[in-house]
Write a protein that binds this ligand. Structure first.
Ligand code: BGC
Length: 363
């Protein structure tokens, strides 16, 4: 990975009169030049709240502010549907596609087809391995994993855990991010296993980040261990909440630290209740703005220098990338996520959590 200076400026360069907010035609009459139109495909709405509540909202805001024509669709976890949506967007005159792939195979098929039709492409949040996207916009996902590993260590230390058994519940095996998160947290946990400070417990991936399956998998982990699991590295808040539900059934919630990611309302509430140890806040607004800005440039046939690349481990290509910085959140700074406008106090601080919110300085 080559690091450099980001040259992403605020979305706002698009105030050209040539763009219309809802023009439907794909060709400017006579000129042959295509009207910029952006198609975004989100992956699902069940693996994390973020896609519908944050990404869609912030992308819409950015496109609207720029007055560019756009369409945002959600594939709801269905790979065939994902490809159908992409085809429809291209037939409908999209000049740039921004995708969150469901796996690299179908992602690559969509990107390659777009390329053959002269449609510009961006990998949003997830890198498509072996793909052909012109840009990749995401967070430093190894750093996300490191924060999770360090967060779990901190919570276990605070609990005075001696040689704790740690279970790992990883994200989808088809999501490159899940691999990166795991690289990050294993870089913290493996040395502890090696030093026999911690004991490595069950370690399993959750297909499609499916929260329901995560509960089943974790229940089996707990049974196989005879109840002896002292800490859980759960790769996002959805998986973390599935773990917390099973721990509750076994009167173990609050005793066994659990990690997460995405700073969802549920995740933050679990933290305030003492059932979840930490989450990772990724400022999706910044990610959406960076993605939208690049999509708008590409849709207009322009290029931008982002000053950084990520190497696609499969295709070997250096992909121009924007990687943002994640932040660890525990009880002490839940208030920062609220102050950033990502979630509201009203959403997080229910009557049952009123005292916990006050104690956490959320006013
Ligand atoms: C995203 C996470 C999300 C997960 C499940 C990952 O690719 O980076 O933010 O929780 O997918 O949707």
């Amino acid at each position: 990975m080559r690091k450099g200076i980001l040259t992403i400026a605020a979305v706002g360069l698009l105030a050209t009169g040539a763009l219309t907010a809802c023009g439907d035609s794909s060709d400017d009459a006579g000129s042959g030049a295509k009207t910029p139109k952006i198609g975004v495909i989100l992956p699902d709405s069940a693996s994390s709240d973020r896609w519908e509540t944050a990404d869609r909202k912030f992308l819409e805001e950015a496109f609207k502010a720029a007055g560019v024509d756009y369409v945002i669709q959600n594939a709801q976890g269905d790979k065939t549907q994902f490809q159908t949506i992409a085809d429809q967007m291209m037939t409908g005159g999209a000049t740039a596609l921004m995708i969150v792939n469901l796996d690299s195979g179908t992602g690559k098929a969509v990107l390659d087809k777009a390329k053959s039709q002269g449609v510009a492409t961006i990998d949003y949040d997830r890198l498509t391995l072996g793909g052909s996207a012109q840009y990749y916009v995401s967070f430093d996902n190894v750093a996300v994993g490191k924060l999770q590993g360090e967060g779990l260590v901190k919570c276990l230390t605070e609990k005075g855990a001696k040689n704790p058994v740690v279970a790992e519940l990883n994200g989808s095996p088809t999501d490159n991010n899940a691999t990166l998160f795991k690289n990050g947290y294993d870089s913290v946990l493996q040395p502890k296993y090696d030093a026999k400070e911690y004991t490595k417990g069950p370690d399993q991936s959750v297909p499609g980040w499916d929260n329901t399956q995560a509960g089943t998998i974790f229940e089996q982990m707990l049974t196989s261990q005879g109840g002896k699991i002292d800490g859980v590295l759960a790769a996002n808040d959805g998986l973390g909440n599935a773990v917390v539900s099973i721990l509750k059934k076994n009167n173990l919630n609050g005793k066994v630290p659990v990690t997460g990611q995405d700073a969802t309302v549920q995740g933050l509430q679990n933290i305030l209740a003492g059932d979840q140890c930490m989450t990772v806040y990724k400022a999706i607004k910044q990610e959406a703005q960076a993605g939208a800005e690049l999509a708008i440039a590409l849709a207009k046939g322009e290029r931008k220098d982002v000053g950084q690349t990520v190497k696609d481990p499969e295709g070997g290509r250096e992909v121009p990338s924007v990687l943002l910085t994640p932040k660890a959140i525990d009880k002490s700074n839940v208030k920062d996520v609220i102050a950033d406008g990502f979630v509201t106090k009203e959403q997080v601080c229910t009557a049952a959590l009123a005292a916990a919110c006050t104690a956490a300085g959320i006013s």
